[in-house]
Structure formats: structure tokens, C-alpha cells
Design a binder for this molecule. Structure first.
Ligand code: ADP
Ligand code: MG
Ligand code: MG
Length: 908
């Protein structure tokens, strides 16, 4: 016979922690606590399978359920020595929902069930009258709200009135008489509102409550919550019926919630809040301000539990330590104290910030509670970036929010906090940054803004999604960034940033952005750089002074011992390369050479080169550019000594380097000594309808071979120079946007030829390795052919996604969010690899490539290289490495290890 009801009590439970699927999280926790000897009021759990049955059978129950519930209830009665509905010694119960995954506050709980006009008298005699009627009025209100659908405000109004009549400030002080009258008023409300008397039959009450809990699985709040958190609708909830213990029995009673460690910063310290003489919902409802549990938490003159009930506090400490040791993780607990006796009502693994997650995992390894590999498994890889971000002072931010300083919200694109003066364009940002911190505020950004973005402490855009230029670059630079703050109006013409309900802000005004939450705030909030940066990059803090750094450093090291997937970085400058190296990158997977063209006076040479009337003119400008490129490469090779550096030859369409607006054109014309008309016509001549699919990548290298020749020469001259000074160098030249074998043949022959020439000239031997990016679907299809020529391939998954879906990356913001919302796509494919489609090309391309060249080195260098889900997938494709922006390197190291552990578990 199917088992639907699971008893817990008297030191033994029929369920346990492993049975979350049928008992729900709460039920499994109650069972487990009972089994390990933690004091839990006896009760029973009706399984989630009943919920499923209920919805499959027009909201009815399996026939045997009634009997099962009766007999479980009888066991509870026996265990506590009280009887359900007994006017002398009434058993009261709570009816609590509890799904597999925690859905905080999404479903309803009813307390004090079993009270009626008779049993309340019994309760009054057993304890005292005030307490009995306080429980009864709570029960009527909750039951009416949850089961009968009567607005709780009707009751609350009367409660406040009673409080006023009694002349007291808190509910706990309302005298018995007043409560007694309140109950009568409540019953009248019920009669008036529902047309029926409040149910006096305790069994009717019980089944009404059970049905309400099952019913609440499909209330709007719960449905929305499941949708947001991707919880399947068919999991169902369990119902827990549990004997009541009373935190409202007087001043030696209380109720509270606690974390076994601090969930914000991970401190190894018991942490929580309690309310004396109260019941559970009072703490959550925020009707009264709860008090701290421990002395260490006290800030003002509040009385902590540790002081008011020292014996119970010590018992609570024992329990929390026992629970933590048993679950081997930080727990979030709910407890109630009845007349000086402690009961636990809930335990679950506590939610925590990235800071706390890392610290707790490391501390638990230190304490011998878990092994390093478990620490690696526990921290969500993405969370580790939080440790790198500057932060706002929490209290100051709260004050700002309360003081109407919130200007708007956008997408949290780059975690961290930043405050600075507003600059509306990149040049101003660069200039203003010399005087103090700047926030670059743009409608959106483009490659030209790089310098401005670099000099800004934070970036804000009104338009764009999480893969917009601003977001990608900011993440790469580790800058706090908010994109798509759509309610902000940025007006370049008037030099204003407007937000409804606020005075317009001008350039130079202070603004603060929280890239972890997406909030844009008026004025200057204080920030601090992260400890990790202070130690690792700035060198302004010693490691031994920085607890956060020590943990940040340990976790990825443990990951390195587990993972087999390599982690490289996408870095274009020696500075980025250095940062990435410090974060643990094992080489560069993508060095984009075009960024080097934007800096300072180089852009002028680049423009001359592009605008040259013939090849000779182009070669002249290129020759002037060569030393710059060589210098950059030398710097990078030095930073990345001993590791491979993949350099991609020029990729974007040439017109990206040219001025676009009339005023820019006239400025550039002046600088270059060209006529305005002449320049404008040249610019429009280079204009392309669809530049992303136009004259770019290897197509440029084939039609203007002198450009690539210069770049290759710069690479090898730099490699030879650095090697001559005794540094080990491993350049890998990567050809972008290849679609056919012929393209790769032509360009790679050129690379090899120029490489050999330079090596011969310089008399230094450097290996010449040529490979290609696979970012056009055709290239993935013919990867076996390409592998005959290529010594490595790297999937450029940004473009590959764009071209496989046929979505323009720059325009997808107009429809992708809606696609995700409507579940046409499970997530943004530019953020996390589309395994089914694009991923198939990666897998197939890798297999085909290796069928022609078994040792072919294969990597990924798109944004996906830093996304944990994508990394998990790439590991299953047997790639050699992923490459991601410097600040994501620690994330990738962690995710790669997690992928390895998952694979090991899967393969047994
Ligand atoms: P939620 O899932 O919203 O946290 P719970 O079922 O945990 O709802 O109930 C909320 C609170 O009600 C608990 O934290 C506890 O304080 C109180 N509560 C629940 N059951 C009992 C009980 N049997 N005795 C005393 N208090 C209870
Ligand atoms: Mg709870
Ligand atoms: Mg590309």
C-alpha cells in the first residue's frame, strides 16, 4: 500500500533528510532533526505525492488518506499527552506547507489550529487566559485569511483598535479581557464576510487547512515564484501537521530565526533575531522589531537572548553546532522557546552571498568538516566575482534609498559599487578622471569609448543588454556597470541626465552606481576597493592582513588540482595580461589587436592607412604603426612568460576606425590635413550595409595582405626580441572569420613566410604556430579540412552564436529579453551557450577537427568561456581550454573543476 503520511516524534521519524522529494524540504528537515535528537514538536508530513494526486483527481484525496491522517494524529496525541478537540487538554497543531525547494513566504502556514469556543477555555485553564485568547485570535485571523479568503486587514484594524483601547504599544501587552472581546469581534467579521460561522469542528478545521495548503501550491504568488526560479509545477508541496509549542506563553517564551554563521560575510558566529512572548509569524511579518540573539550582535541597548535566557541560549548553541556538524553546512534555523524550553521548528541550508560562501567553504575545510573538493563544489562559481568588486557601505546605501536618491534601475552588468562625477562622453571621462573618479554615462557605448571606459570607475548606459558592448567590456575590465537603465534619459545635446521626480543632473554632478544590484543613486556614496584587488593587483595590502584575499586565493587553487580543462584569458594589453596572470590564467586565448589601434596617436596612423589612395601609401602608414604593435606585443609576451599567447589578426571592418558624425569628420579632416568633403565621401564609400557580414576578418587580410603582414612582423619581431632577453615565448597567430580552407591556406602561408623571414633576420628561433577561429558555421562544418592546415582552432562563440541563430548581437536587445520571458529560448544564448544548436557545432567541429589531426588543440574564446554552465558543456566536448576576461578567470577555474567533479560523478 502506498505510504502517504510520515510520522516524526519521540526521538524517531519515518522519514529523513534524503527524502526531500516526497517530504519537501521542511518535512525532511523536521524528520532528520528528530532522528538526531534535536528537540522538535511531534507531528507528521503528508507527502508531495498527495499534492500531485490532489491535482490529478479534481482536488480530491486518495481514499485511504483520511485514515492515515487519523492514526498519525493519534500518535501525536499520545506523544504530547493531549487530544485534538479535547476541551480539557486540547492538542493544537500548525499546518505548514513545504515544497522540495524552499519557496520562502510563497505558501501559507496556519498556527494554533484546534482552538474553538470550548478548547480555548481548556487552554486557558492549563496555562492562562491571556495566552489562550491571544492564540485564538491569531488562529481565527490566519485561518480566515488563508482558508476562508477574508482580508486580514479587517482583523488588523480591530487588533490596532484593541491595542489603543488598552493603551498599550505592543500586542503582547493587550490584556486578556480585551483579547476575549477581540475574538468575539473576529467571529462577527467572519460571519459577515463569509456568511457562515467560524468552523468549530476541529476536524473540519484541519481538513480545511490541509486543502488550503495544497491549494496554495497554485496561487499566483507561488506560480510566479516557480517561474522565476525554474521550479517545475509538478513537484507539488507537502503538508506538515505539527503539535504547537508556544512562544507567546509569557516572558520566558519567545520565537526566533537564526543562521549558524553570518550569511552576509560568512563570519563563524551564531547570528539571529528573536522576539519575546511572540509566535513565529511576528518575526517575519516585521510587526515588532526583533532583538539580537547574541551579545556580540548588540549595537544599542537591546537585550540579547544570551542575556535574558542564558540557559536556553547555551542549549541553542549546542543545537546549532550539532546541526551544522551533521549537515556539514551553514544552516538557517527557526526556533521557539516555550516556558524556557527550546524547540526547533525548521532547518535548511542557508542562502549566502559570495563573500560568505567562499569564507564558509574555506573555514569548513580548515575545521575538517569538509574536504577541499567539497568546498570547490559548494561555491557557486559566479559568486566568487563578488569578492573582487568595490563595495558601498551598507548603511549609507540604505539611507540613500530611504532619502529618495534612487534615480533608476538597470541590469546589473558588472558587480561592484562606484561613485563618481558624470561624464557624458569618453574624451570628457579621460580628462575628468585626472581630477577624480568618473562615471561614464552613455546611451550606449562603442569601441571608440574604450579609453573613456578605462578611465571611468563605473559605467552606466540607458540602452543595451548583458552582452552589449558596455557590459562585455566592463566585465572584462572588472568595472562596476549598469546597462539598460531605461527610465533614465540621457541627453547628449543638453548635457543632462534626467529621471522622473528628480532635478536633471549635469556633467560633473555626483552619481553612484551599484553594479551588483543595478541601482543608480544620486550623489556620492563611499566605496572601498575589494581586499583581493588591494593585495593582488595594487599591492597596497599584505596577504596576511586580508582574510577575504586568503580565501579567494585558496579556493581556485584547490580547483586547479581537480580540473583538466585549461583556463586562459582574453587580454589586449600588458596590464590586462598581468591582471589575468595574477588571477591564475595559463596563457592568452584571445589577444585582439584592433584595440591597440585606438590608442592616442595611433588612431591617426590607422586612419591614414585606411584612407591611403594606394598600396604604397598604406604600407607607409603601416610601417609607422609597426613599432607600436611590436611594443605592445613585447609587453604582453613578458607578462605571459612561458605560456601561450594567441593573437588574432585584425578583425573588425575598417570603417569602425573612421569618424562617423559630421563634427567628428571635420575634426579628423583638420587633424589629417584633408578636405571635409573629401573625407566625408571616403567615409561613405567605406560604409557597408551590414558590416558584421562585410569586409572584415581574413577578408581584409586577403584583399589588403600588407595589413596582416605588418601585424605578423610585429608579433615575431617582438617574440624574437623578448626571447633574446631570455624570456620563454609562445606566440600563436589566429586568423579570424575563416569560412573556407582556401582562406586559411592563403593567410597561414603568409604568416609562416613572414614568421620565418623575421626569425632568419633576427637569428632567434621562435615556434611559428598558426590556427584559426571558428566563428562561421561553415568553418565548423569543414573543421576536418581546416585542421589539415591549422595547428589549433578556437571557437569564437560570440560570432558563432550570432551567425548560427542569425541574430545581430547589437540588435538582439530589442527582442531577446522577450524571447527569454516567453520561454522561446531558455536563456540568452550570448550569455550561456546554446548547447542544442551552437553547442552542437562546437562538439562536431572539435570531433571533425580531431579526426584529421588527433592532437589538434581546441579552445573557446567567446564570452561563454567565463560562464559556468557553458564551461560545464565545453568540458564534455573535450576542449583543451576556455578563455575568458581577466576578472572571470577565477570563476572559470572554479567552474572547470566543478565540471570535472560532475563528470566523474556521472561516469561513476
Ligand atoms: P514559512 O515556510 O513561511 O517559514 P513555516 O511553516 O516555517 O512557514 O512557519 C512559520 C513560523 O511559524 C515558524 O517559523 C514558527 O515560528 C511558526 N510555527 C510553525 N509551526 C509551529 C509549531 N508547531 N509550533 C510553534 N510555532 C510554529
Ligand atoms: Mg519557516
Ligand atoms: Mg568574431
Amino acid at each position: 500500500m502506498q505510504k502517504y503520511v510520515y510520522f516524526f516524534g519521540e526521538g524517531h521519524a519515518e522519514g529523513n533528510a534524503k527524502m526531500k522529494n516526497i517530504l519537501g524540504g521542511k518535512g525532511a528537515g523536521l524528520a532528520e532533526m528528530t532522528n538526531i535528537g534535536v528537540p522538535v514538536p511531534p507531528g507528521f508530513t503528508i507527502s508531495t505525492e498527495v499534492c500531485t494526486w490532489y491535482y490529478d483527481h479534481e482536488k480530491s484525496y486518495p481514499p485511504e488518506l483520511r485514515e492515515d491522517v487519523e492514526s498519525a494524529l493519534a500518535r501525536v496525541e499520545k506523544a504530547v499527552g493531549k487530544n485534538f478537540g479535547d476541551p480539557k487538554r486540547p492538542l493544537l497543531v500548525s499546518v505548514r506547507s513545504g515544497a522540495r525547494a524552499s519557496m520562502p513566504g510563497m505558501m501559507d502556514t496556519i498556527l494554533n489550529l484546534g482552538l474553538n469556543d470550548q478548547t480555548v477555555q481548556g487552554l486557558a485553564k492549563l496555562a492562562d487566559e491571556r495566552f489562550a485568547f491571544d492564540s485564538y485570535r491569531r488562529f481565527i485571523q490566519m485561518y480566515s485569511d488563508v482558508v476562508l479568503g477574508i482580508d486580514r486587514e479587517h482583523f488588523e484594524e480591530q487588533l490596532f483598535a484593541a491595542r489603543d483601547r488598552a493603551g498599550v504599544k505592543i500586542d503582547a501587552e493587550i490584556p486578556a479581557k480585551e483579547l476575549c472581546a477581540l475574538v468575539e469581534t473576529y467571529k462577527k467579521i467572519v460571519r459577515k464576510d463569509s456568511g457562515k460561522d467560524f468552523p468549530q469542528d476541529v476536524h473540519d478545521q484541519l481538513w480545511g487547512a490541509i486543502s488550503a495548503v495544497f491549494g496554495s501550491w497554485n496561487n499566483q504568488r507561488a506560480i510566479t515564484y516557480r517561474k522565476l526560479n525554474r521550479i517545475p509545477d509538478d513537484w507539488g508541496t507537502a503538508v506538515n501537521v505539527q503539535s504547537m509549542v508556544f512562544g507567546n506563553m509569557g516572558d520566558d517564551s519567545a520565537t526566533g530565526v537564526a543562521f549558524t554563521r553570518n550569511p552576509a560575510n560568512g563570519q563563524r558566529r551564531f547570528f539571529g533575531e528573536y522576539l519575546p512572548n511572540a509566535q513565529g509569524e511576528d518575526v517575519v511579518a516585521g510587526i515588532r522589531t526583533p532583538l539580537p540573539i547574541s551579545k556580540a550582535q548588540v549595537v544599542g541597548d537591546e537585550k540579547p537572548l544570551e542575556a535574558t535566557m542564558p540557559a536556553v541560549y547555551r542549549q541553542l548553541e549546542d543545537v546549532y553546532k550539532k546541526l551544522e556538524a551533521h549537515y556539514r553546512d551553514m544552516q538557517d534555523i527557526e526556533f521557539t522557546i516555550e516556558s524556557g524550553k527550546l524547540y526547533l521548528l525548521q532547518t535548511r541550508t542557508g542562502q549566502r552571498t559570495g563573500f560568505a560562501a567562499v569564507k564558509i567553504a574555506c573555514d569548513m575545510v580548515e575545521d575538517g568538516l569538509i574536504k577541499p573538493r567539497e568546498a570547490v563544489e559548494r561555491v557557486e562559481a559566479n559568486q566568487i566575482v563578488q569578492l573582487l568588486a568595490p563595495v558601498f557601505d551598507a548603511q549609507e546605501k540604505q539611507k540613500a534609498l530611504k532619502g529618495n536618491r534612487l534615480l533608476g534601475r538597470g541590469l546589473a552588468a558588472g558587480p561592484g559599487a562606484a561613485a563618481g562625477r558624470i561624464a557624458f562622453n569618453a574624451d570628457h571621462a579621460v580628462a575628468m578622471a585626472k581630477e577624480g573618479p568618473v562615471i561614464l554615462a552613455r546611451i550606449e557605448t562603442s569601441p571608440e569609448d574604450i579609453a573613456g571606459m578605462h578611465s571611468a570607475v563605473g559605467i552606466l548606459t540607458a540602452r543595451g543588454g548583458l552582452t552589449s558592448h558596455a557590459a562585455v567590456v566592463a566585465r572584462g575590465m572588472g568595472r562596476p556597470c549598469i546597462v539598460g537603465a531605461g527610465t533614465l534619459r540621457i541627453d547628449y545635446g543638453r548635457g543632462e541626465l534626467r529621471s522622473e521626480g528628480h532635478e536633471p543632473l549635469e556633467e560633473g554632478d555626483w552619481i553612484s552606481i551599484d553594479g551588483t544590484s543595478g541601482e543608480v543613486l544620486n550623489g556620492q556614496l563611499q566605496t572601498r576597493p575589494s581586499e583581493v584587488i588591494q593585495v593582488l593587483i595594487d599591492g597596497t595590502l599584505k596577504p596576511e592582513q586580508a582574510d577575504v584575499f586568503r580565501n579567494f586565493d585558496r579556493l581556485p587553487r584547490w580547483a586547479d588540482e581537480i580540473r583538466t580543462l585549461g583556463v586562459r584569458t582574453n587580454a589586449d594589453t600588458p596590464t590586462d595580461a598581468r591582471v589575468a596572470r595574477l588571477f591564475g590564467a595559463e596563457g592568452i586565448g584571445l589577444c585582439r589587436t584592433e584595440h591597440m589601434f585606438f590608442a592616442d596617436e595611433r588612431i591617426l596612423r590607422v586612419r591614414e592607412m585606411i584612407l591611403a589612395r594606394d598600396e604604397a601609401g598604406r604600407r607607409k602608414s603601416l610601417a609607422e604603426l609597426l613599432p607600436y604593435q611590436r611594443g605592445d606585443f613585447e609587453g604582453i609576451f613578458r607578462e605571459l612568460a612561458g605560456t601561450p599567447v594567441t593573437i588574432r589578426l585584425l578583425d573588425p571592418p575598417l570603417h569602425e576606425f573612421l569618424p562617423q558624425t559630421e563634427s567628428q569628420i571635420s575634426e579628423v579632416a583638420r587633424d589629417m590635413g584633408w578636405g571635409f568633403i573629401e573625407l566625408r565621401s571616403k567615409v561613405s564609400q567605406l560604409h557597408e550595409m551590414n558590416p558584421m557580414l562585410g569586409h572584415r576578418g581574413c577578408r581584409l587580410g586577403i584583399t589588403y595582405p600588407e595589413i596582416y603582414e605588418m601585424q605578423v612582423r610585429a608579433i615575431f619581431e617582438a617574440a624574437c626580441a623578448v626571447k633574446k632577453q631570455g624570456t620563454d615565448v609562445h606566440p600563436e597567430v589566429m586568423i579570424p572569420l575563416v569560412g573556407t580552407l582556401k582562406e586559411l591556406q592563403i593567410t597561414s602561408e603568409m604568416v609562416r613566410r613572414v614568421g620565418r623571414e623575421v626569425i632568419k633576420e633576427r637569428g632567434v628561433d621562435v615556434p611559428v604556430i598558426v590556427g584559426t577561429m571558428i566563428e562561421i558555421p561553415r568553418a565548423a562544418l569543414v573543421a576536418d579540412k581546416l585542421a589539415e592546415v591549422a595547428e589549433f582552432v578556437s571557437f569564437g562563440t560570440n560570432d558563432l552564436t550570432q551567425m548560427t541563430f542569425g541574430y545581430s548581437r547589437d540588435d538582439a536587445g530589442t527582442f531577446l529579453p522577450e524571447y527569454v520571458e516567453k520561454k522561446i529560448l531558455p536563456k540568452d544564448p550570448f550569455e550561456s551557450i546554446d548547447q542544442e544548436g551552437v553547442g552542437q557545432l562546437v562538439r562536431m567541429g572539435t570531433e571533425r577537427g580531431r579526426s584529421a589531426k588527433p592532437k589538434l588543440k581546441v579552445g573557446v574564446c567567446g564570452e561563454h568561456g567565463g560562464d559556468p554552465d557553458s564551461i560545464r558543456f565545453f568540458r564534455t566536448c573535450n576542449l583543451d581550454y576556455v578563455s575568458c576576461s581577466p576578472y572571470r578567470v577565477p570563476v572559470a577555474r572554479l567552474a572547470a573543476a566543478q565540471a570535472e567533479l560532475e563528470l566523474q560523478a556521472y561516469e561513476g
